[in-house]
Design a protein. Structure first.
Length: 339
């Protein structure tokens, strides 16, 4: 019964790093295969990050077959532009270009979602939907004109910073960090105007509160856990969870083991974080934010998502609550902000 519910429900995961994972594992196709002449498909992202060694030693956690097996209807495909110093924009554009060429090649199976209706239409057609995202606004190179260009490409979510310092704000690991910079403030305003989700994952507490004050739209945290259960700077305090909910936003609970527990992370522990977030923020403001292929290694891959539905059902969550958590909450905030 739970598997049928999971398959019937709209399932949205708000964060993965699978684009670059496909590139670094040998320019894989979205079906998980490696084509002949794969080296000729290399671009700037492959050069700047290099291939993993040994090549093919670790499978990607999310690709089209795994999305289908896991009942995952839509996912936010993010490009983390933190590491390629001096080449943030080139790296982001190259990785997005790689992915868009793959979406075109597999257009009968996946489509880019530029608005909420695109997600619903993809599911109705038996396709997967991809939301394009940028992780770390340094990809903009301090240009709001670049943001407008990324919007035209299809980007609908931007994480303001990674855990380090960015042009927009300080990350959660910057000691004595400040809040939003002048550029960060103007960036939030421009994202509001365009209709791009403002993602506070990785930002420090001062920047978090600045962002909620400056944004006129709901703010999201695409991949986080709860500080009350695991005292890691990447996790959110209860006051932050409540504030996101009051703003109309959604927090995605992530599968990064050391965000779940600094001792013995388990699937049951992940369910504890989901339950705690729901108890604090409310059932309308919590969803999935796996971080597959970017550290979300508590579980093997996207095929296990039905186990989360099963686990929450065993804890007493009814069909309506599960449908909200699995995808309707993300769909609502996506429609509220993006359209």
């Amino acid at each position: 019964m739970t598997n049928a519910l999971h398959e019937r429900a709209l399932v949205i995961d708000a964060h993965n790093d699978s684009i670059v994972a496909h590139i670094r594992r040998g320019n894989l196709r979205l079906d998980g295969t490696q084509p002949d002449g794969w080296k000729e498909r290399a671009g700037a992202a492959a050069y700047l990050r290099q291939y993993e060694t040994p090549l093919g030693g670790q499978a990607v956690q999310l690709d089209l077959p795994k999305m289908k097996r896991g009942g995952l209807d839509a996912a936010f495909f993010a490009v983390d532009c933190t590491r390629p110093w001096g080449n943030h924009l080139l790296y982001g554009l190259d990785a997005l270009g790689y992915f868009l060429s793959e979406v075109e090649a597999f257009s009968s199976e996946i489509a880019v979602a530029r608005g909420a209706d695109d997600i619903l239409q993809a599911k109705a057609a038996g396709k997967r939907a991809a939301v394009l995202a940028i992780e770390n606004s340094d990809a903009l190179e301090k240009s709001l004109y670049v943001l407008s260009h990324l919007y035209q490409i299809g980007v609908r979510s931007v994480t303001l910073t990674h855990s380090t310092r960015s042009f927009a704000a300080d990350g959660c690991e910057v000691e004595g960090g400040g809040g939003l910079t002048d550029f960060g403030t103007r960036l939030v305003e421009k994202m509001n105007a365009l209709g791009i989700l403002v993602d506070i994952s990785h930002i420090n507490e001062r920047g978090f509160w600045d962002t909620l004050e400056r944004s006129h739209h709901p703010v999201v945290g695409t991949h986080n856990c709860c500080r009350a259960l695991c005292d890691h700077p990447r996790n959110l305090h209860d006051e932050q969870l409540k504030a996101l909910a009051e703003k109309g936003g959604v927090v995605g609970i992530t599968f990064v083991p050391f965000f779940v527990s600094d001792e013995a992370p388990t699937l049951e522990g992940l369910l504890d974080h989901i339950e705690h977030a729901i108890s604090v923020a409310g059932i309308d403001h919590v969803g999935l934010g796996s971080d597959f292929d970017g550290g979300g290694e508590l579980v093997q891959d996207a095929t296990i998502l039905p186990q989360i539905t099963e686990g929450l059902s065993a804890r007493g969550y009814d069909e309506g609550a599960l449908e909200k958590f699995l995808g309707l909450n993300w769909l609502r905030v996506f429609r509220d902000v993006v359209g």
